[in-house]
Design a protein around this ligand. Structure first.
Ligand SMILES: O=C1C[C@@](O)(C(=O)O)C[C@@H](O)[C@@H]1O
Length: 254
């Protein structure tokens, strides 16, 4: 059984659930994005805080999190600082990154936190321990915006994340060929069938990989990112169309 439930959202059963990123630079832009989300059909919001102009000021981050929570706190909130190494916009030392995540875990304003697995095993384990003490789930992530590792390497990274005790392993890779997309899907299916004890998130990015963002129920990815106003990575589909496709595929699989 790989199901996880957060704020009433069942992850790991049925059609993949939709995460919508918000990427505003200012608090007002973020509030606008959050208010827009209240009118649309989605499952979880991801605050990509590395885009926020005051990300270096933890108190301001908390204040803004408070506002976002008041608007969309009825849905699960994923807090993500994407490092510049893995496609984020704000270069920061590891101590900053860990401290920000730890402070936010303690606020009660977030439901999930993203930690990049290559930050280091000890950091990941510290985050997992603290998060679980505060009822926050942990997504471990890895991104390769340049290429797609071999299938066995993708499986090995997902297994490593799971072994570190995280709740949801995630990998996003860039395809250079059709074979790369097939490898990502094959790695997902192998992980799901042979090793996964928890839900997974995998995707092949850009237009070439977009098929992977809709095919999760077939291959084993339990969550998928869709764009409302602004995409946070190449290849994200419009959230409304994404839901339609996921529902169509779900019906044909049922
Ligand atoms: O890790 C991911 C996945 C992602 O990179 C994507 O390709 O949809 C988008 C990011 O915002 C998120 O943190």
């Amino acid at each position: 059984m790989t199901k996880i439930t957060v704020k009433g959202l069942d992850i790991g059963v049925g059609a993949p659930k939709i995460i919508v990123p918000i990427v505003g630079k200012t608090e007002q832009e973020l509030v606008n994005e959050a208010e827009f989300l209240t009118q649309i059909d989605f499952d979880m919001v991801e605050w990509r805080v590395d885009h926020f102009q005051h990300v270096d000021d933890v108190e301001k981050v908390k204040q803004t999190a408070n506002k976002l929570h008041a608007i969309i706190g009825h849905k699960p909130i994923l807090f993500t600082f994407r490092t510049a190494n893995e496609g984020g916009v704000y270069p920061a030392p590891v101590e900053f990154y860990i401290n920000l995540n730890k402070q936010m875990i303690k606020t009660g304003l977030i439901d999930l936190v993203d930690i990049e697995v290559f930050t280091g095993d000890q950091y990941v384990e510290e985050i997992v321990e603290l998060a679980h003490q505060h009822n926050v789930l942990v997504i471990a992530s890895n991104h390769d915006f340049d290429k797609t590792p071999a299938k066995d390497e993708i499986v090995a990274r997902l297994r490593k994340m799971q072994d570190l005790g995280v709740d949801i392993p995630k990998i996003a890779v860039m395809p250079r060929s059709r074979e790369d997309v097939i490898n990502l899907l094959a790695a997902t299916a192998e992980m799901k069938d042979k090793y996964a004890r928890k839900p997974l998130i995998t995707m092949s990015m850009a237009g070439k990989g977009a098929i992977s963002r809709v095919a999760g129920e077939t291959f084993g990815s339990d969550l998928t990112f869709g764009a409302a106003k602004n995409a946070s990575a190449p290849g994200q589909l419009d959230v409304k169309e994404l839901r339609q496709i996921l529902n169509i595929l779900h019906r044909s699989l049922a």
